[in-house]
Write a protein that binds this ligand. Structure first.
Ligand code: ZN
Length: 71
């Protein structure tokens, strides 16, 4: 695993960065986010993305913390 990033607020164990990926038809893309009130583009059919989601995993209790990283 990667270097520790801090300690868990619930159990005090080490937190490590993890990558959350969506595996869809051979594609492994990082998780991204859009505004809650955004709508899909009529041309491309996609939501206007605002950034990626980073995550940290507690090595003790399994707690996962998500953070938004704007583009
Ligand atoms: Zn924990």
């Amino acid at each position: 695993m990667s270097a520790e990033t801090g300690t868990c607020v619930e159990c005090g164990a080490s937190m490590v960065p993890i990558r959350i990926v969506q595996q869809d038809r051979g594609c492994h893309s990082p998780l991204k986010y859009a505004a809650i009130d955004s709508t899909r583009s009529l041309v491309r059919g996609r939501y206007p993305l605002q950034g990626e989601i980073s995550a940290e995993l507690c090595t003790g209790c399994g707690r996962v913390i998500l953070r938004a990283i704007p583009f």
